[in-house]
Design a protein around this ligand. Structure first.
Ligand code: NAD
Length: 507
């Protein structure tokens, strides 16, 4: 089997739903002859009619030429029986997400197509190894996991099961590239790359909401402030809580109920109560209105201080120093600097504003013997004026410090949002957990670090990939934050990836 064979191969798409129709469009636009089959009468023809409308509107918008649209449509033939496509070079299976149905189809196909035909599945959660079980040629079964909407989303996870022939995976990888996609290799493990590494984005949000540390609107604002296009609450409302809960459950079950992936009681209650998000009109937010705007908090300038010292080193400490120089400019003096300090943040006349290291403000107050302590979240997007940033103040802090902490954060250029004194606040714990999950995936050979970065940025529009965050933060800091969370919560959830722990030893 060679790459060339697939690049000119005739394509059979089975299942003409959302994904199958999108795959047929992309294959036909790339010049392939496409046959489209669906077991429901009329479904393939309906899909082709919808595609004609889509292509017309692309022509009207000037995105494609009229003759290219016509040629694309002419390359797609709807068929009413699978044996009309026995000469296919690759089958793209995009039927219902059900193991027995997919296995049955693959067996039927194996008897119809030639020995060199690749059998690719668009499954989002079923094991490719299980799909291939019982086939005479299991080596030709591979996952080709597109994202919705297929013509727009760049990522394709090329998923290999235990028996997938590497030449088949490579051929499908090249085919995806020829279709204008970014392909990443993945090993068939629960959730593949994207659906696995993304679990903490939802899980940490749900955990914080369950402990009533933050409201959905504030939580979303904090993560948008860190560069994510959508906060987890609005995203879960968009995906649908039923779907999101089902994916979490399937990853949890597939991992033999590893507590790390435990679904959320809060989300189950929402699903049971029909609060499914946009599709039912209610989720974390009411729809179509969506998230309420947060009240704009105006903070007075901080009271004049006698002495301000910026502690710690690295890009965040440097940024704080520059911001503090700006904040103090009106007073005619600048901050001192303690670059060797073990913590990052500001000391303002003995009161401390510290970058979260996973300890709560109360813990830091107890260990430092000071009452006026506040912690702030990890600012991932620095320099963007007014980025939302979570902070928490120690319970025993003076009323003056409770006002001065947000006033200082505001003077430093952030939009401070108060949350409960939860370890790791919002962004730091979420990003640390995303990196941790990605590190485990790499250790287990699910993907490469470059593959994980590409997958998360292209599959979910993350502002950076997990290994890019790791490079900016450092393994040591992430490990110590996760260890602090583990100490607070006990249990398997914040178990540090051995890969990450080893990385932290390599200074
Ligand atoms: P869909 O319900 O829109 O379409 C499935 C189609 O398959 C239907 O038209 C149905 O009639 C047809 N079908 C069912 N059994 C069949 C059979 N035995 N033979 C032929 N046709 C059959 O579903 P979808 O959202 O397009 O999902 C299809 C696959 O893609 C699933 O495996 C799903 O997990 C995966 N996927 C979906 C998404 C997504 O966002 N929807 C993203 C990635 C992957």
């Amino acid at each position: 089997m060679t790459t060339l064979t697939l690049q000119t191969a005739s394509v059979l798409v089975v299942g003409a739903g959302i994904m199958g129709a999108g795959i047929a469009q992309v294959a036909a636009q790339a010049g392939h002859r496409v046959r489209l089959f669906d077991s429901r009468d009329g479904a393939a023809a309906d899909a082709k009619t919808r595609l004609a409308t889509t292509l017309d509107s692309l022509v009207a918008k000037g995105r494609i030429a009229a003759d290219a649209a016509q040629a694309t449509l002419a390359r797609i033939e709807t068929i009413s029986a699978l044996d009309a496509a026995t000469d296919a070079g690759i089958v793209m299976e995009a039927i219902v997400e059900n193991l027995a149905a997919k296995q049955g189809l693959l067996r039927q196909l194996e008897a119809l197509v030639g020995p060199d035909c690749v059998l690719a599945s668009n499954t989002s959660s079923i094991s490719v190894t299980a799909l291939a079980a019982g086939l005479a040629q299991p080596g030709r079964v591979v996952g080709m996991h597109f994202f919705n909407p297929v013509p727009l989303m760049k990522l394709v996870e090329v998923v290999s099961g235990l028996r997938t022939d590497p030449a088949v995976a490579d051929a499908v990888f090249s085919l995806a590239q020829a279709w204008g996609k970014v392909a990443v290799h993945a090993r068939s493990t629960p959730g593949f790359i994207v659906n696995r590494i993304a679990r903490p984005y939802y899980a940490e949000a749900l955990a914080l909401l369950q402990e009533r540390a933050v409201t959905p609107a504030v939580l979303d604002a904090c993560l948008r402030g860190a560069g994510f296009r959508m906060g987890p609450c609005e995203l879960m409302d968009l995906i649908g809580h039923d779907t999101n809960f089902a994916v979490t459950n399937s990853v949890f079950e597939a991992n033999f109920h590893d507590k790390r992936y435990a679904p959320s009681l809060l989300q189950r209650e929402m699903v049971d109560g029909g609060l499914l998000g946009r599709k039912s009109g209610h989720g974390f937010f009411q729809h179509p209105a969506g998230a309420p705007a947060l009240p704009v908090a105006v903070h007075a300038a901080p009271a004049s201080a006698r002495e301000v010292t910026v502690h710690g080193h690295g890009p965040i400490a440097d940024h704080l120093e520059q911001a503090a120089i700006g904040a103090l400019a009106g007073q005619g003096w600048g901050p001192a600097r303690e670059p060797d300090s073990p913590w990052i943040g500001l000391d303002i006349d003995g009161a401390r504003l510290l970058l979260t290291d996973g300890c709560s403000a109360d813990q830091l107050a107890a260990s430092s013997g000071r009452a006026d302590i506040a912690v702030f979240d990890r600012p991932l997007v620095r320099g963007a004026a007014g980025s939302a940033l979570a902070y928490a103040v120690a319970e025993g802090a003076s009323p003056a410090w409770q006002q001065q902490a947000p006033a200082w954060l505001s003077a430093l250029g952030f939009a401070p949002l108060q949350v409960a004194d939860s370890p790791g606040l919002v962004v730091a714990r979420t990003v640390a957990m995303l990196v941790n999950e990605a590190a485990d995936a790499v250790q287990q050979g699910v993907c490469s670090s470059a593959g994980a970065d590409a997958a998360m940025k292209l599959g979910l529009n993350y502002p950076q990939g997990p290994f890019e965050w790791l490079a900016g933060w450092g393994a040591e800091g992430i490990v110590s934050l996760l260890d602090a969370l583990d100490t607070q919560y006990r249990g398997e959830r914040y178990r540090v990836s051995p890969w990450l722990r080893r990385r932290a030893l390599r200074r």
